[in-house]
Design a protein around this ligand. Sequence first.
Ligand SMILES: [Fe+2]
Length: 486
Amino acid sequence: MPIQHYPTLGAYLAANRCVSTEYDNEPLELLEGTPPPDLVGTLLRNGNGRFEHQGVVYEHLFDGDGMVARFVFDGQGGVRYRNRYVRTREFVAEEAAGRMLYRSFGTNLPGGLRANFGKMQFKNTANTSLVQHGGHLLALWEGGLPHALDPATLATLGRFDYGGVLRNKFSWLDRRITPEMPFSAHPKVHPTTGVLHNFGTVAGTTHRLVLYEVSPGGQARVAHALPMPAATFAHDFLLTQSGHQIFFLTPVAFDVLRAFSGLTSPAASIRVDRTQGTQVVVVAPDGTVHRLTTDFCFVFHFVNGYQDADGTLVADALLLDDYPDSLSIRAYLKGNLPNDAIQARFTRFRLDLAAGTVARQPLSDYEGELPEINPTRTGQPYRYAWSIGRPPSHPLPLLDHLVKLDVHTGEARTSYQPATLCSEPVIIPRPGATAEDDAYLAYLRFDAATHTTDLLVADAASLTTLARWRLPHNIPLGFHGLWIND
Ligand SMILES: [Fe+2]
């Protein structure tokens, strides 16, 4: 398809317009299709609701205040929409002040070093994902505490530290550096025990990878605190049904001194040592810690992981050959995306704990991000992954396709509407389904020509659209979401 038939990349930036309206139970207009009657429940999505604040344009994709979008499906064709910014204390203070008060992950305050020096409190954007577990609905951000939300109104109930478990109890100096321990945006619930596992990378006199466990009843504890050689940037991890937890500590790390002093934003402080390998840390169910190494790489998101019949651990990831630094993110936010932009590829790692080896093989030549699986296959052998992505021959450097990948064969099925961008697809197993792809797939789609955002439900097996609704306003596509059955 000739490239001139596409809108310029800049047209896609309208997907990032700031959201200024909050709706309450707004009925959405059905534009096409027949909504499945057995699709009854709630889709929640979290993401950055704005890309600037009071005229200051954020320099990183991750800096916008979290805005949660909720879609309630009534099973009779109706969908009602509500959206709310998470009222973090930083959001509330900045709204009251009418100006930017806090540094964030990728953006320092205007005014250079003078304005930023010694400012160690960062904005908790609460913008990355959501989890419902142990009686709580939480908005998550990997740099700080979760925020509890009212599931009915999306009102912010407050900062949430699991009864003090997330308070830093290491040394006095550690507590000064990181008073509250971060809780990552990618917790995993064990498919059998119902225990939620999560981690935080805690900067301090010793940088630590802290592992948390939360019982189905909501009781949390710190299960492990493992020293790390650096303040590694780790976004996701894997939990297998066998109880193994897998982390990739890549040689991509924050320069804590530069970031905390205000010399740079945390994102700009990141140093990448391409001469170093990636440390693969496996915490076995008995607590034994294995440390393996593989060649340099970077991973934002894992797809799934499990223990194979021969005891090998399989870790499927969207693997980047390099780390997209803050300059390339800034260029992307201005619509400048080179054709050879670094993208992630589906890659399988096999970890042999007895031999201490790591093998890797490509699963596909498609590029992708924001991968999802059928949630009933978490930590177990599986066949399908869904994501946003890009076929190898696609002329645009955008992950503007929906992809269904068969990890057994490497074959992919795609859905593509020119001049649109899609959000992460959320997989909703059909009631009573046994086949892995007998599911619905719910996602948002931004149309760059009309600057509109639609909610779509598709058949997860074929990717065929089953129903499409129009949102009353254009919202950014966001990061991660979840489905809650009624
Ligand atoms: Fe993520």
